[in-house]
Design a protein around this ligand. Structure first.
Ligand code: HAM
Length: 413
């Protein structure tokens, strides 16, 4: 038997209600803040992610699925959504529309990761991107929207962590200080960190190797190197979050693993296992980097599989089943055809109703209805067709009442 690839998962019918519910809550919540759905290709030019996400990031250096197509172009399966959405924004001239532009998406992503809890090679993200506002209130509105989204999903076991990594200007001073800190011990860092020291020392800060993590313990913090503008931006966000009574902790260790971030970065982290359920931040320089006009922007994405893990813990009674409202059993071939027409009419009215299409005996039809947990069952034979009356059985209570066939809809709601 051919098995699925490592790091991929089948999402089976038993689980799909949960996925649909989460996507529905996302769509419903985000649309009320003015977000519109966007869908961008799974495949993009590799160059897009090298320039967008950053050549020295783990995502680009180690985790991208890359191949040459038959025309010799280097193609990547998208490892994240932001770069593709920004490319689409620029390519489709969307900067001419009224700002800010707000997109949301629900899309599969691909990263060749070491597979473990919360780390798959195909996973799904629900995310948003807001382009055109540099105001601190855009950051606040986004965090507040995430908070509402998680509240609507009854997700409580997560903690909001925020930090500021500053703009290009404050970054220069910070990187010098960081290099001065790392330099004396550079030889003790892993090979990847060593190779990143000159070009992108910030990536050394989020290296996952234990020995590098230890060496980084007292590294300088971005927050101590913020310029006046970035400092004020961050202070105002905190003040407003306090006013909105949104709980957060400032975690100066959050730098995020992608190169495009500036100023505010934030994560919602699972209290149980410390996994980041949702992450995002500002990326005021990305649009320009990808060939558009300078445009401030901010966004986030949640990994749906990780979100579902916490959702399950917080919603143990979530009902995954598709409730069968009515099962219509038949006796004899004439009734079989009659019932086919009847269920067709009921389905047009939007009722979930089933009949047998397996040539089962009457007894076997009842057994099937039981297994499917039908709420109501009726049985139609020659007599019912002639009189236009049926016995409607409510399976939960066992109550039976006689009704007119044309009143079925009325009687089951
Ligand atoms: P990210 O932090 O790389 O950010 O990914 C966002 C979320 O996707 C993570 O918090 C996690 O829940 C989930 N995730 C990431 N990798 C995996 C994996 N291998 N398996 C399962 N889940 C995973 C981004 O991708 C940014 N594009 C977010 C963003 C949007 N920032 C601004 N706009």
């Amino acid at each position: 038997m051919i098995q699925k690839l490592k790091g991929t998962k089948d999402i089976l019918p038993e689980e799909i209600k949960k996925w649909q519910f989460i996507e529905y809550i996302a769509k419903d919540t985000f649309e009320k803040y003015g977000y519109e759905e966007i869908r961008v290709p799974v495949i993009e030019k590799t160059e897009l992610f090298k320039r967008g996400v950053g050549e020295d990031t783990d995502v680009v250096q180690k985790e991208m699925y890359i191949f040459d197509d038959k025309g010799g172009r280097s193609i990547a399966l998208r490892p994240e959504g932001t770069a593709g959405v920004v490319r689409s924004y620029i390519e489709n001239g969307m900067s001419s529309k009224p700002s800010p532009i707000k997109f949301w998406y629900s899309m599969p992503m691909y990263r060749y990761e070491n597979v473990q809890k919360g780390r798959q090679r195909e996973f799904h993200q629900i995310g948003v991107e807001l382009l055109g506002s540099g105001s601190y209130l855009a950051d606040v509105e986004m965090i507040e929207m995430v908070n509402l989204f998680l509240n609507k999903l009854n997700i409580k076991d997560v903690e909001l962590k925020i930090n500021s990594i500053g703009c290009g200007n404050c970054r220069k001073k910070y990187l010098e200080a960081l290099k001065d800190f790392i330099r004396p011990n550079l030889n003790e860092y892993c090979e990847v960190c060593k190779s990143r020291f000159e070009k992108n020392p910030m990536r050394i800060i989020d290296c996952k190797e234990e020995k590098c993590k230890k060496l980084n313990l007292n590294a300088p913090k971005t927050i101590d190197f913020l310029c006046e503008e970035c400092k004020t931006h961050f202070e105002k966000i905190k003040e407003m979050l306090d006013k909105l009574k949104i709980k957060y902790v400032v975690d100066t260790g959050i730098v995020r693993g992608l190169d495009y971030y500036t100023k505010t970065v934030f994560e919602f982290v699972s209290k149980e296992d410390g996994l980041t359920v949702l992450g995002g931040g500002r990326y005021d320089e990305l649009v320009e980097e990808l060939g558009g006009e300078k445009t401030p922007a901010i966004g986030f994405a949640t990994g749906v599989e990780r979100l579902i893990d916490v959702f399950d813990k917080n919603n143990p009674d979530f009902d995954n089943s598709n409730k069968l409202k009515l099962f219509v059993a038949y006796i004899g071939e004439e009734a079989n055809l009659y019932v086919t027409k009847l269920v067709s009419d009921l389905r047009k009215k939007g009722i979930y109703v089933e009949k047998d299409i397996m040539d089962r005996s009457l007894n076997a039809q009842f057994k099937y209805a039981n297994k499917k947990n039908a709420e109501y069952v009726i049985t139609i034979g020659e007599q019912e067709i002639n009189t236009g009356k049926v016995e409607l059985k409510e399976m939960n209570t066992g109550n039976v009442k006689t009704i007119n066939i044309e009143d079925i809809e009325k009687s089951i709601f």
